[in-house]
Design a protein around this ligand. Structure first.
Ligand SMILES: *Cc1c(COP(=O)(O)O)cnc(C)c1O
Length: 443
């Protein structure tokens, strides 16, 4: 046995002991360690993408001469907030767009999406989703479900084209759906909490090209939530006029305490400015109250955080698949967002999984999550989250509606090692409750 090998064994033993003090059995530990060994190539590819995106972010910060003065808080109207102005230039550089709106006044992803839509659509215009049903909260924005202040109330009509059975775009029906009234199409990159596949940036680019060939004036907006920094390119690199997302997901890097962004053409972003504040005011106002440093620092860390979350998702898919559960994406598929779905067909297993994620958290690890009747959902929902930023789903979190097929959606982790521990803890909880059967041939 050479020295290197001996050292490796010693380290593994120390690790095993540490994990044991953290409630991880020898069985779960070795199950995960062995699986991790098989994933080296996958992880290396993720590391390379992280590296490119890290350089992309760094380059943008250097180009715009980011400096300490940009971290100073502003109050009141927030005129001449150079931190805010620089942040928006940095975002525009990273997404390769003419302009960007990045503000703490945007309360969440849904708000950013509403802003992008409502500021660029006028009465009589038509909006089309060529990718089937959008994210739940979009239904009330659009007025698919009648709602106060929806686009429908303002005379904006809506059409939806379903995906084909294989999850690809129904180009023929999309072509027929587009009319002279069509002002915008909305494309959701991530599957969110649906079972369809997430679209790659390349696929989104093809769809945008198709729409632009019919009418180049149609605004193509992409809901970019959970997709940022997962690939080398962003939808704005392949023709999207606007990309929209939340800062308590990927681009906030876990540090942004609030916020959303819209990156896009000068005209689209300007419209959004006037809608966010008021006609005549636009982007000139909006105090940042001291959040700029966290926005910059979170953005700087975001590629690394996203990479760690992706590795965690890949590890989980491989482990749970090995245990016989359906994983979407599966253990070997390419990833286009950070969400991992695991289907249990068993409420007890769903609850144990979420308990494990919760018990692994840095915050509220002593709390036991239970299913409850959350407003807006048609069945009980269980949620596990012990986050520094309330509700931040770039931090390790899981949730599941309590009905067949009993699928848990989980995502995030500020570091790979924390994501890994969370997954181990979910296995430990299943084991603890007698719900885990290790595959034969293992150990
Ligand atoms: C999270 C999410 C949203 C909404 O963001 P919130 O911050 O929860 O309002 C919209 N679309 C997709 C695809 C998302 O994942």
């Amino acid at each position: 046995m050479n020295l290197k090998h001996k050292e490796k064994i010693q380290l593994n033993e120390s690790l095993e002991k540490y994990y044991q003090t953290m409630g991880i059995s020898k069985e779960v530990f070795y199950f995960c360690q062995q699986m991790e060994e098989t994933l080296k190539e996958r992880f290396e590819k993720i590391d390379r993408i992280t590296e490119c995106n890290q350089l992309k972010v760094l380059k943008a910060m250097q180009e715009h001469h980011l400096s300490e003065a940009h971290f100073a808080p502003t109050t009141g109207y927030g005129y001449n907030d150079i931190g805010r102005e620089t942040l928006e230039k940095v975002y525009a550089s990273i997404f390769h767009t003419q302009a960007a709106l990045v503000r703490p006044q945007i309360t969440c992803g849904t708000h950013a999406l509403h802003l992008a839509l409502s500021s660029n659509l006028r009465p009589g215009d038509e909006l089309i989703s060529p990718v089937g049903k959008p994210y739940d909260t979009m239904e009330e924005i659009i007025g698919i479900r009648p709602s106060k202040g929806s686009l429908a109330e303002y005379g904006v009509s809506y059409k939806q084209v379903e995906l084909l059975d294989d999850g690809t775009f129904d180009y023929e029906t999309i072509q027929h759906a587009i009319s002279p009234k069509t002002k915008m199409v909305t494309i959701q990159r991530s599957k969110g909490y649906l079972t369809r596949p997430t679209f790659s940036v390349t696929q989104i680019g093809e769809l945008i090209q198709f729409v632009k060939n019919i009418n180049p004036n149609i605004i193509c907006m992409v809901d970019n939530c959970y997709g940022e920094f997962v690939e080398l390119n962003e939808p704005s690199d392949v023709g999207a006029d606007m990309v929209v997302g939340s800062l308590i997901k990927n681009p906030g890097g876990g540090l942004a305490p609030i916020g959303g962004y819209i990156c896009g053409t000068k005209e689209c972003v300007e419209n959004a400015y006037y809608r966010l504040t008021a006609p005549g005011l636009g982007g000139e106002v909006g105090a940042t109250l001291g959040v700029n440093k966290d926005f910059f620092q979170g953005l700087f860390l975001a590629p690394q955080v996203v990479g760690g979350a992706l590795k965690g998702a890949v590890l989980a898919a491989n482990l749970y698949e090995k245990l016989g559960f359906l994983c979407v994406p599966n253990g070997t598929e390419e990833r286009y967002d950070i969400i991992q779905a695991v289907t249990f067909h068993d409420p007890e297993k769903v609850i144990a999984f979420c308990e494990g994620i919760q018990y692994a958290a840095p915050v509220d690890s002593h709390v036991t999550p239970t299913p409850w009747a959350m407003p807006g959902y048609d069945s009980d929902v269980i949620m596990a989250a012990g986050a520094f930023i309330s509700g931040a789903s770039i931090e390790l979190s899981a949730d599941a509606p309590m009905h067949e097929p009993f699928t848990v959606y989980f995502q995030g982790g500020l570091s790979y090692h924390h994501a890994k521990y969370g997954i181990m803890k979910s296995l430990a909880q299943l084991e603890h409750k007698g719900l885990l059967m290790f595959p034969c041939g293992f150990y």
